[in-house]
Design a protein around this ligand. Structure first.
Ligand code: FES
Length: 365
């Protein structure tokens, strides 16, 4: 066992050093000098050539969404490149459709600034800011999920919509050689402007390891945001929400917002967990029924044990939907969780008559 740990630690260290050397080589050997990035045909930024477009824009305090820290595995960092950017790369293929490619869509974490560029980004990204926060609460919700409360320093406030997310800037620490951004949904309603809360599940990655094993109350933490089109839509359609694990986070923000505003819409929340100890926020969800009279909570466990003493539904959220959802007419769906869960739920909803444009989803990588 000890040998395995040493081997893993050695490989991680070597990879970290190699990544550092590569980025250093990129900056020194590939010296492209200063380049101009023109955004939306109106603003010019002089940036250091050779960096990825994503990094170059961050240096200018322009934050393009990114859930994977620039690793090319989330597909969030799309921008429209009108000029420059070089050849379309194989690493972009899985995330940029043929149609998008024809329009010049690129992954900003993959294409590098080697020449002057002209790009287009949504105007709202100019409003995304970096905030310095202080961790004021950390609580174990399950053995893998922590609630983290962040209060903004210097009296700053954030305007966001229910369902949106922020990115944590994970600092360099004992187990990571680089600063990286990771995305987490806000669980609080927009009325909470000077503090937000997140549900952060342990996944073994750089950020979740930092949060679970190193971060503590009183620590500072930088975040950027808000981001995301997965937002509560005003209207009177019946709402169907589906989540597993920390996918509950943006759903909580939406439900809390509706409760605060006294929005009386029929809403059914399907939440799946493995065992009873993976269920959390159950008391608050029950209490929400008092403020949202047409709110229904449907739970299932996929692997209940004897200790669970569970008499409810057994199976996955897909089984729940098959059983309880009948007709998708005049309904809208909010899905949040792992990509396989969302990929499994969408066809079920479409079969039941949900329109494609009424299925909103947020895939957690
Ligand atoms: S940041 Fe994730 S794919 Fe570019």
């Amino acid at each position: 066992m000890r040998e395995i740990i040493i081997t893993v630690a050695t490989i991680s260290s070597i990879s970290g050093v190699l990544a550092f050397l590569l980025s250093l080589a990129n900056k020194t050997i590939g010296n492209y000098g200063e380049k101009t990035v023109t955004i939306n045909d109106e603003k010019d930024y002089i940036v250091e050539g050779g960096e990825t477009l994503l990094s170059a824009l961050i240096e200018e305090n322009i934050f393009i969404p990114s859930a994977c820290g620039g690793k090319g595995s989330c597909g969030y960092c799309k921008v429209k490149v009108l000029e420059g950017g070089g050849q379309f790369l194989p690493t972009e293929k899985g995330y940029v459709t043929e149609e998008e490619r024809e329009q010049g869509i690129r992954l900003s974490c993959q294409c590098k600034v080697k020449e002057n560029m002209k790009i287009e980004i949504p105007e709202e990204l100019f409003n995304v800011e970096q905030f310095e926060t202080t961790v004021t609460k950390m609580e174990d919700l399950t053995d893998k999920i922590k609630l983290v409360r962040l209060e903004f320093q210097d009296g700053k406030e954030m305007d966001y919509k229910p369902g949106q997310y922020i990115q944590i800037l994970t600092p360099i620490y004992k187990e990571s050689f680089e600063e990286i951004y990771r995305a987490y949904s806000i669980t609080t309603p927009p009325s909470s402007k000077n503090a937000i809360e997140l549900f952060i599940g342990y996944a073994g990655g750089i950020c979740t390891t930092y949060v679970h094993d190193y971060l503590k109350e009183g620590d500072p933490l930088s975040i950027v945001g808000p981001f995301g089109d997965f937002q509560y839509r005003e209207g009177d359609k019946e709402m169907v929400m589906v989540a597993i694990g920390t996918g509950m986070a943006p759903i909580m923000s939406i439900l809390r917002y509706m409760a605060e505003k006294g929005i009386d819409r029929k809403v059914t929340f399907y939440f799946g967990a493995r065992t009873r100890s993976d269920q959390y926020m159950m008391d608050e969800l029950e209490e929400l029924k008092e403020k949202l009279p047409r709110f229904e909570l449907k739970l299932c466990l996929s692997r209940p044990t004897e200790q669970c003493n569970w008499t409810g539904e057994v199976g996955r959220v897909t089984d729940l939907l098959e059983k309880f959802e009948e007709n998708g007419e005049n309904k809208e769906a909010y899905l949040c969780g792992s990509p396989p869960m969302i990929d499994a739920v969408i066809p079920i909803l479409k079969d039941k008559g949900f329109k494609e444009e009424d299925i909103l989803y947020d895939k957690f990588e």
